[in-house]
Design a protein around this ligand. Structure first.
Ligand code: NDP
Length: 314
């Protein structure tokens, strides 16, 4: 059996087109949603993420501001910045790029962001909204996973869903969204006994562990839908040879590009056993920024009382 590839890039493009239209409508009503991205220090990966988020805002016609502060910024000064952004009407979303430098109290900063502008969905109020099924702002990667499932026609209602990983950013919120969409959900973690057997019960299997190709064929129920959230960079021939059954194509990539990306799922096994799966790269990854944009639009609506439910089917 050769599995269907769930193309995240295509789904992302469709969502972006829909958002562009919604933003045009909002602008017609005098509302331009705005995002402030706060970057502290000079972490190169964070710089790339923030640049790409701001560029995406610009391409959609959203108002955006990039606020870059030095690595020695104190918690107090950052709290003041967040309070200022909370009080500015043209800012609908505040994104504080993580990780923050070690001297900064990250929890205090994230909790200072107004829940109505918390486009990452990390504030305890939004976590509460998510758990109790209230309208709010949902973390971007889990929201993207639900969009992939919905838009690919994968039935969640009544399905057995197994999530490997219980982080606040991916595992727990995606499990909650699957539950709201009427799946029967099992959450696994590093202490789960006989993980492969539990995983094999999943009609939908979500792997979010950060362990390269850990989920092999024996974890996958034949015909299941496999969502691979992991992003792992292989940089040595030894790693590539250990992971791939046929290492020739990835070795060529390693030699030409210097690294090979793999998810948490063994890429050859999933093709053979799953019914459908998200590849790495090109699966869940592209959705995350799109959902950040969707959250900014949703935040602009919610703050003005223009509701529009998302992500949960009746
Ligand atoms: P965390 O490290 O915060 O969480 C990993 C989870 O996996 C933990 O709950 C951990 O269990 C569990 N785990 C680790 N090892 C095992 C194991 N051997 N068996 C069972 N469970 C295990 O990671 P994140 O949730 O932040 O991210 C997960 C992956 O997703 C990473 O590769 C990350 O890069 C990627 N990611 C991708 C995004 C995207 O846009 N595509 C966005 C965010 C993340 P325990 O709690 O017991 O320690």
């Amino acid at each position: 059996m050769t599995a269907r590839i769930l193309d995240g890039t295509k789904i992302r493009d469709t969502i972006m087109e829909e958002l562009a239209e919604q933003i045009r409508d909002l602008k017609g009503a005098g509302i331009t949603p705005g995002l402030a991205a706060v970057l502290v220090g000079e972490n190169p990966a964070s710089q790339i993420y923030v640049r790409s988020k701001v560029k995406t805002c610009e391409s959609l016609g959203l108002h955006s501001e990039k606020i870059e502060w030095p690595a020695d910024t104190s918690t107090e000064r950052l709290l003041q910045l967040v309070r200022d952004l909370n009080s500015r009407d043209e800012i609908d979303g505040i994104l504080v790029q993580l990780p923050l430098p070690p001297q900064v109290d990250t929890k205090a900063i994230l909790e200072a962001v107004s829940p109505s502008k918390d486009v990452d969905g990390f504030h305890p109020v939004n976590i509460g909204n998510l758990v109790s099924g209230r309208l709010g702002l949902v973390p971007c990667t889990p929201a993207g996973i639900i969009e992939v499932l919905r838009r690919s026609g994968i039935t969640m209602q009544g399905a057995r869903a197994v999530v490997i990983g219980r982080s606040d950013i991916v595992g727990k919120p995606v499990a909650m969204l699957l539950l709201h969409n009427h799946a029967t959900v099992t959450i696994c973690h590093s202490k789960t006994r006989d993980l492969a057997t539990v995983a094999r019960e999943g009609d939908i299997l979500v792997a979010a562990m950060g362990k390269a190709a850990f989920v092999t064929g024996e974890f996958i129920k034949p015909g299941a839908t496999v969502i691979d959230v992991g992003i792992n960079r292989l940089t040595t021939e030894e790693e590539v040879r250990r992971i791939f059954h046929d290492p020739a194509p990835p070795l060529e990539k390693l030699r030409s590009k210097g690294s090979v990306l793999v998810g948490d799922v063994q890429p050859e096994d999933v093709q053979e056993k799953a019914g459908a799966y998200t590849p790495v790269p090109g699966g869940v990854g592209p959705l995350t920024i799109a959902m950040l944009m969707a959250n900014t639009v949703q935040a602009a609506r919610l703050r003005r009382g223009v509701h529009r439910a998302r992500l949960v089917d009746d």
